[in-house]
Design a protein around this ligand. Sequence first.
Ligand SMILES: C[S@@+](CC[C@H](N)C(=O)[O-])C[C@H]1O[C@@H](n2cnc3c(N)ncnc32)[C@H](O)[C@@H]1O
Length: 277
Amino acid sequence: MKRVHVPEVEDWSLCPDWFRDCLTRQIRVMCRVMGYEHAVASVLGAALEGEQDPHILDMGSGAGGIMPEVLKALRARGGALAGVRVSLSDRFPNRDAIASIQELQIDGLEYLEVPIDATDLAAAPEGVKTMVNSFHHLRPAEARAVLESAHALKTPILVFELADNRLPFALWALTLPLGLAVTFFISLLLTPFVRPLTVRQLLFSYLIPLVPLIYAWDGQASYPRIYGASDVDELTAGLDDGYTWTSGHGENHRGQKTGFYLLGTPSAPRGRGASDT
Ligand SMILES: C[S@@+](CC[C@H](N)C(=O)[O-])C[C@H]1O[C@@H](n2cnc3c(N)ncnc32)[C@H](O)[C@@H]1O
């Protein structure tokens, strides 16, 4: 497997939630600049085609990520997608995120209070399953278990990552200092656009620049952790009866190839919610 599990600070249990939220908000700004919500919507739109009552169950949602923006981008596509609904979920539901999603009062967007473990979807609510910017946090055995569970239930699943892991690891390591410096300065530039822009975010960005530092490290560390094209072939080996796997790049609103996805769909045509139990 090409993937390398380089440690990310965000994964540490000792990392305070408020600090993790500062990092997540930065990622959201970056995603908006790059048009990731359109790239995710470009693949999801196709996966939801033919659904009369389209519903997405996002897993590993953390603080919510870019799913509110994805919902808007999907709805803008019109037709049945104008009524698409998104349920956010996590194995450890984030209480603050539940409250802030409720505050947003976006029609068709909710955060489930019950824990949803992506490795065991038997009791999960129906809908197209998504994991956006979270699959690379899973070790191979857990990642395989997620795909196995979706395959066993013949439920569609979309894994979307913000980049494709194409660079050889040695080259990644060689260019790491430059990558860290560039990402650090990008973080400083993006900070004024973070919402909500808290005193903590400003303090730990401009006075004690821990947020840009860790944002740079985690951003660079996540690259080799992504399951790229050859890795997803390995992860999905043997999971093809009655099920089709496709992978590739999303497309943002400027027509640029953005991110990397793995999409699993049941081979048989699906009716209204017919494949999900
Ligand atoms: C990087 S965070 C959140 C990513 C989020 N989608 C975003 O874009 O900001 C990854 C999340 O995955 C969750 N997670 C890890 N393993 C999981 C599993 N087996 N099932 C569901 N969620 C899981 C963690 O609790 C964490 O909140």
